[in-house]
Design a protein around this ligand. Structure first.
Ligand code: NAI
Ligand code: 15L
Length: 273
């Protein structure tokens, strides 16, 4: 049966807030969890991913989990270890103990951020797109934690039969705000379409997908996402003229622009607390 009750971790964050708005229209009943209180949601669970007892209670009885909680930018290894590596392990362990069948894991383009980006004129043909089985090349400790999360997901499938769709999200914001984002942008509506596909597709085992809209300047292969039933409807191209006029085209000689991970490879934004 299709999942109905879904635990959304990281519900107070940017993506969590967007998905809280969009996913109920697909018929999901969301249970919310975050380290921070979730505005306007008195029933949300306030808990740290370090709190194993709280996680066990949070996952009890849900059909699936969308795991967004964690540090979403670069931080010291110690902070990343606690929130993203141990925290994701704690969540998987709670899910295994409570018999939850499927997790949708918010991985990131930064798990493969040091992959050279396609060069030349978009739209790129299939042979130039970054394939889904490209090796992990994290660009930060943050990206390293996402590589770990994908491996953890594979392990929990192979060992315990717990399914995961790992979504290497590009940039999911209301609008693209940089020239790089023209290639990796996922509109919030396409984000909800992709999460819905990841929750409902059959026999996903551990599937890794890139998470973006059908952008004209797309850098990566969306075929594994489409195979889940995802049909992106948006394209960043209407934003291209203005962003390129303001910021210029990506310069292949600029190290900030040479790789999929962009400036995360050179001067990553730092998690504020
Ligand atoms: P965000 O930083 O706005 O939200 C993360 C949320 O996780 C915050 O509300 C925070 O309080 C919570 N959190 C942090 N540590 C926690 C802990 N120890 N226990 C419980 N909750 C904790 O990030 P955003 O943009 O909403 O991203 C959500 C997820 O998607 C993250 O895992 C991020 O790495 C991933 N992602 C997001 C992308 C995007 O474009 N927004 C791109 C790629 C990946
Ligand atoms: C990420 O993984 C971050 O969580 C998000 O805030 C964006 O910076 C995104 O990558 C990106 O690459 O634009």
């Amino acid at each position: 049966p299709a999942p109905r009750t879904v635990l959304l971790t990281g519900a107070a964050g940017g993506l969590g807030t967007l998905m809280r708005g969009l996913l109920p229209d697909y018929g999901y009943e969301l249970r919310l969890l975050d380290l921070m209180p979730v505005e306007g949601e008195p029933d949300a669970l306030t808990a740290d991913l370090a709190d194993k007892a709280a996680l066990r209670e949070a996952v009890r009885g849900v059909d699936a989990i969308i795991h967004l909680a964690g540090i979403s930018l670069e931080a010291s290894f110690d902070k990343i270890l606690k929130a993203n590596i141990e925290g994701t392990y704690n969540l998987y362990e709670a899910a295994r103990e409570e018999g939850v069948r499927r997790i949708v894991f918010a991985s990131s383009n930064h798990a493969v951020g040091f992959t050279p980006r396609p060069r030349g004129e978009a739209p790129f043909d299939d042979s130039a797109l970054i394939p889904i089985d490209t090796p992990h090349r994290p660009d930060t400790f943050y990206g390293l934690s996402k590589s770990f999360g994908e491996d953890l997901a594979q392990f929990y499938w192979d060992k315990h039969g717990l399914e995961t769709v790992s979504v290497r999200i590009g940039s999911c914001f209301a609008e693209p705000t940089s020239v790089r984002m023209l290639s990796v942008w996922m509109s919030p509506e396409d984000g909800a379409r992709l999460f819905h596909a990841a929750l409902t597709a059959e026999d996903v085992r551990h599937t890794v997908v890139y998470g973006s809209s059908a952008n004209t300047r797309l850098w990566w292969d969306l075929s594994t996402a489409r195979a889940l039933g995802y049909e992106p409807r948006d394209d960043s191209e209407p934003y291209a003229e203005k962003l390129i006029a303001e910021q210029g085209e990506l310069d292949p000689a600029n190290p900030d622009h040479a790789h999929l991970g962009g400036h995360f490879t050179t001067r990553p934004p730092i998690w504020p607390y």
